[in-house]
Design a protein around this ligand. Structure first.
Ligand code: F6P
Length: 363
């Protein structure tokens, strides 16, 4: 029997378990492969072999409906660059790509499927360049990978955000308030944009369109003047004012991860400073957007990504990532897949259409 190793890396995302199950089901049909999973991305490989578990039918049965990942995950450290403290206590990062590739092969694995976002696929590419037969599966609620039209987790996140938005509308209306709801998405405004359209927001602020506070004040004032005594704003965590910076915090010690979050409070203060008299309340949705059951669409996308990824292993299509393009499941070179981010086009139709619905971007 040949041996396949699966890892899930980066932030978790609804649909990860559906990919794992899809791979295992298709592998079972091949009758030639056994599937294993490394706990917490490649930490299982680095640490001790008991953290590499066999993914039996019993372990993976019915997991496609569950959020999170049965393999656990981490975005704390890049497995290729290990933090090492020198004598002075300074942290430097050591490149261990070659060592990791060799270690996986020496454990008897014939192929690897790495499920993860942008950062994880850069890791896949580096490992492939060091001789590891590896296939990538894209994952992120942010929907910011250029090579694929859609990533699983995105639709679920938008649904969760929209459900919360709907709730904020009724309380905004009752209190004549301005409600600011902050959503995730890193440097891409997809979650915010789709939520704003689905929920019917008055204002949507995204990283791709820096906002002018004075224009927002005008929009808010005109809503109150017209008698619509409340305003609902969706702001992406990566949004920034025309002359300002995004709120970003460094991750934990030894991590290269940068945390975003808190722009809702920044905006609230900016609006008050610019003269908005109405009461303002802020909601930061945070990690609920990544939790719980994946939507039906995300289960389908994730399950088929899993099946396709395993078929790529069977065909020896390594150094590639599965992608969903023009309603089809294809493979793209990791080199291509990791080039550039898929962000919102400020001049594209989705923004234009949103403006047609009366949504202001503060531009
Ligand atoms: O990339 C997915 C994502 O949820 C982003 O939208 C967000 O900025 C980030 O991960 C949060 O990461 P963490 O889990 O480390 O807080």
């Amino acid at each position: 029997m040949k041996k396949l190793l699966i890892a899930t890396g980066g932030g978790d995302c609804p649909g990860l378990n559906a990919v794992i199950r899809g791979i295992c089901k298709r592998a079972k049909k091949s009758k030639e492969w056994e599937v294993y999973g490394s706990k917490e991305a490649f930490n299982g490989v680095w640490t001790d072999p008991t953290r590499i578990i066999k993914l039996t039918g019993k372990r993976t049965a019915g997991i496609h409906v569950r959020g999170g990942t049965i393999l656990k995950t981490t975005n704390k450290a890049d497995p290729l660059h290990y933090p090492v403290k020198d004598k002075e206590g300074n942290i430097r990062f050591e490149d261990r790509t070659k060592e990791l590739a060799e270690r996986i092969l020496s454990l008897g694995f014939d192929a690897v499927i790495n499920i993860g976002g942008d950062g994880s696929q850069k890791i896949s590419k580096a490992l492939f360049n060091h001789g590891l037969p590896i296939v990538g599966v894209p994952k992120t609620i942010d929907n910011d990978l250029a090579a694929t039209d859609m990533t699983f987790g995105f639709q679920t996140a938008v649904q969760i955000a929209t459900d919360s938005f709907d709730k904020l509308v009724t309380t905004a209306e009752s209190h004549h308030r301005v409600m600011i709801m902050e959503v995730m998405g890193r440097d891409a405004g997809w979650i915010a944009l789709h939520t704003a359209i689905a929920g019917g927001a008055e204002i949507c602020l995204i990283p791709e369109i820096p906002y002018n506070v004075n224009k927002l004040v005008k929009k808010i004032e005109s809503r109150y003047e017209k008698g619509r005594g409340f305003v609902n704003i969706v702001i992406a965590e990566g949004a920034k004012p025309l002359n300002g910076d995004v709120v970003a915090r460094k991750g934990e010690e030894g991590s290269r991860h940068v945390k975003l979050g808190g722009v809702a409070f920044q905006l609230s203060q900016e609006l008050k400073d610019a003269g908005v008299k109405a009461e303002i309340r802020e909601t930061i949705l945070g990690h609920v957007q990544r939790g719980g059951t994946p939507s039906a669409f995300d289960r389908v996308l994730a399950s088929l990504f899993g099946v396709k990824a395993f078929e790529m292993v069977l065909k020896g299509e390594f150094g590639k990532m599965v992608a969903f393009k023009n309603n089809d499941f294809i493979s793209v070179d990791l080199e291509e897949a990791t080039k550039g981010n898929h962000t919102v086009d400020p001049k594209g139709y989705i923004v234009k259409g949103a403006k047609g619905l009366g949504i202001s971007f503060g531009d």
